[in-house]
Design a binder for this molecule. Structure first.
Ligand code: ADE
Length: 244
């Protein structure tokens, strides 16, 4: 997969993108990442990318000309039109389902805004606009890194263990089960006995129950769309005990 970013702070990506899993994905040639400086598509001495809003109001807006020119130029540099994603708190909420869908793209271009936002006409370039949550960031760079991380880890071969992308939070709309490692007792806190039993069937049953119980406690909003059996739903509605 090729991921490109367009922003006025192209230098912020490298420390994250060159480290850990994102760095590994690039070294394994599973990810080809490049960040572009929007100011390279300006034509004035000050490399201006923003301007005051018509109608008055606070702050500056990103002007359309450099963004249109940059997106078209970047798109034409390689075979295969990129899937163009803009960021805004007004966008569609990013979640694991969107990450899975994007992990099948060959080429993505993230366009990161700054200042008080963008001239509305810029969004005509977007295949979609995403929000990473109901809060306001000063720019789209962090959002681009969040989405990149969540998408790239789903590319087969990026995570060491292929199963680990399947068997985790949000798969089936349930949170991940609790996990423990040694020591079996730490500061008086014991690991659940069943995990030490060596009984794989019992461990699987405990993990499933733990997922449902945790989701009901922390994220009940996920349960409506969760993949539960009729028996699990009935037990949930009874407020039932999850562990035998
Ligand atoms: N830009 C500013 N705030 C944002 C958010 N919450 N998500 C995505 N892009 C943003």
């Amino acid at each position: 997969m090729r991921i490109e970013t367009l922003s006025v702070f192209p230098e912020v990506f490298a420390p994250y993108m060159d480290a850990s899993m994102m760095g590994r994905a690039q070294k394994k040639d599973l990810l080809d990442f490049e960040s572009y400086d929007l100011r390279d598509w300006t034509h004035d001495r000050h490399r201006t990318v923003d301007d005051a809003p018509f109608g008055g109001g606070q702050g500056m807006l990103m002007k359309p000309e450099p963004i249109f020119e940059a997106v078209r130029d970047i798109a034409s540099r390689q075979e295969g039109r990129p899937h163009v994603i803009f960021f805004s708190p007004c966008g569609k909420r990013f979640d694991e389902d969107v990450a899975r869908r994007l992990s099948h793209e060959d080429r993505i271009l993230f366009v990161c805004g700054h200042y008080e936002g963008m001239d509305e006409r810029c969004y005509k370039l977007a295949d979609e606009t995403l929000s990473i949550g109901d809060y306001v960031l000063t720019g789209g760079e962090l959002a681009a890194m969040v989405v990149t991380d969540a998408v790239v880890r789903l590319i087969p071969g990026v995570l060491g263990d292929e199963a680990s992308a399947e068997d985790e939070s949000f798969a089936g709309n349930l949170l991940e089960y609790e996990q423990y490692t040694r020591p079996a007792i730490f500061e008086g806190m014991a690991v659940p006995d069943v995990l030490l039993s060596g009984d794989h069937g019992a461990v699987d049953a405990w993990r499933r129950a733990n997922q449902i119980e945790r989701t009901a406690r922390w994220r009940p909003d996920l349960l409506a769309a969760a993949n539960l059996t009729a028996e699990e739903r009935a037990r949930l509605e009874d407020g039932g005990e999850w562990y035998e």
